[in-house]
Design a protein around this ligand. Structure first.
Ligand code: PMP
Length: 446
């Protein structure tokens, strides 16, 4: 299976592209009311899924457009977590009693679900972490400390979340390595033609995001991975923003490492995954010591458990892993291609509406073919924090700030953006409310 996310030659749309005043004249946003079209257009095959999310019963007015930060949780996930605590809560791998065996089976079952979800060869390649950040740190500190030498080079991109920059800076300082950055063009699209110049015999790893959390651009992973492998470098993919939203296959990509978080894909907080090729994990030293990662301890030495447990020190996040397993079963049933198609339509609709509004600046490619359901924007003369506060008056939750993307903000010469991000529970009505709220902000500041 190939990943659906493929970069194509990018089309129009400038970073900082703004609707011209003429284009914007007479702009109108449809009044918000649920119409028959809501049920038949815009990939809204997925929108009835709102009923799966109890928060909408609690807060029917909520327009949640911050799924890039964290997603809402469906009832099946909440139930899976509650069931573990209420019905079979015991530690895993240790007990010689049925309760513990049941907990172990559920925990390891979640690992199997994850393996299948991302197309890994074996469950041994799936390591539970607390999130994408910890997974990347595991590679930087574990693999990096073991294999990086003075003068070696690490390639990152200016699109990276701080979680995929700082761990590399930490290990680079320790090991006296050089970090190089692949730049983007004015639309936020990676300048992959510069990669050949950046790659040298000293390049040991490229760590890059699949989808930018700041502007939603989808990176063309496959050719980058092929180029890195051609010179013997490894590739880590930060898939925190892609695994939740589209099909993904690690064997097709042939990446060496891949990291993501459960809470952005309908799962609980405090759980994430590091995928790594089995051979690499076999040869890697453990990251943290203690608990399940041990085979035997003497006064002077210890030996390690088999993979993946060699990398899971201490009592693991059991309920969280089980909850993530339930989330992936839920997403699999809907279909990741269906989710991608739905979000693509929502983004296209949002672009269509916001591009018409004068004084609105859209950041990113503005092309649903190479952009996930993340839309960063600004309004002339209004700080993004004010935009988010005014939106909140109408129960519209968006994110404002640098999005842990300070390098990208620097590249665009801005301190912050307002960001709306979509998921399976959003509808075209939500997008229309977003556009109406933009008009409201403009009116307040006019
Ligand atoms: N990478 C990307 C692209 C992200 O969007 C995020 C979360 N915003 C992270 C890494 C870090 O994820 P977590 O905080 O769940 O560890």
């Amino acid at each position: 299976m190939a990943t659906l996310i493929q970069n194509r030659s990018a089309s129009s749309g400038l970073v900082g592209s703004r609707a011209s005043a003429t284009k914007g004249r007479g702009v109108s946003v449809r009044p918000v009311q649920r119409t028959a079209s809501d049920r038949t257009r815009g990939g809204n095959v997925v929108s009835p899924r709102r009923k799966d999310f109890p928060i909408f019963q609690e807060r029917p007015e909520l327009v949640y457009l911050d799924s890039a930060a964290t997603s809402l949780k469906p009832k099946c996930v909440i139930d899976a977590v509650a069931d573990y605590y209420g019905k079979y809560s015991a530690n895993v791998h240790r007990g010689i009693y049925r309760l513990s065996e049941e907990a172990t089976a559920a925990y390891e079952g979640a690992r199997k679900t994850i393996q299948q979800f991302i197309g890994a060869k074996s469950e041994k390649e799936i390591i539970f972490t607390r999130g994408a950040t910890e997974a990347i740190n595991l590679v930087a500190q574990g693999w990096g400390s073991q294999y990086l030498k003075s003068g070696d080079e690490i390639i990152l991109t200016v699109l990276e979340h701080h979680s995929n920059i700082v761990p590399w800076q930490m290990v680079a300082k320790k090991k006296n390595c050089v970090i190089k950055y692949l730049d983007v063009d004015d639309r936020g699209v990676l300048k992959t033609d510069q990669l050949s110049k950046l790659l040298t015999r000293r390049t040991k790893i490229i760590a890059l995001t699949h989808v930018s959390n700041g502007i939603g651009v989808i990176n063309p992973l496959k050719p980058i991975i092929q180029k890195a492998h051609a010179i013997g470098a490894k590739v880590l993919v930060d898939a925190a923003q892609s695994t939740p939203h589209s099909p993904l296959d690690v064997q097709y990509l042939d990446c060496d490492f891949l990291a993501f978080s459960g809470h952005k894909m309908c799962g609980p907080t405090g759980i994430g995954v590091l995928y790594a090729k089995e051979k690499i994990l076999q040869e890697m030293e453990p990251f943290l010591g203690g608990g399940d990662m041990i085979l035997e301890v003497t006064k002077t030495n210890s030996t390690w458990n088999e993979i993946p447990w060699k990398f899971e020190a201490g009592t693991p996040p059991i309920a969280e892993a089980i909850g993530l397993g339930a989330a992936l079963v839920y997403l699999r049933e809907i279909g990741m291609s269906t989710i991608r198609t739905h979000e693509k339509k929502l983004l296209a609709h949002a672009l269509e509406l916001l591009q018409k509004i004068p004084g609105v600046t859209l950041y990113g490619p503005c092309d649903p073919e190479i952009q996930a359901g993340v839309l960063s924007f600004g309004i002339d003369g209004v700080h993004p924090h004010d935009i988010a506060s005014i939106f909140d008056e109408d129960n519209i939750a968006i994110r404002a700030g640098h999005h842990c993307n300070m390098l990208l903000m620097e590249r665009f010469g801005i301190p912050a953006t307002a960001r709306a991000s979509f998921y399976l529970y959003n509808t075209e009505t939500d997008v229309e409310k977003l556009a109406q709220a933009v008009l409201k902000v403009k009116k307040i500041f006019s």
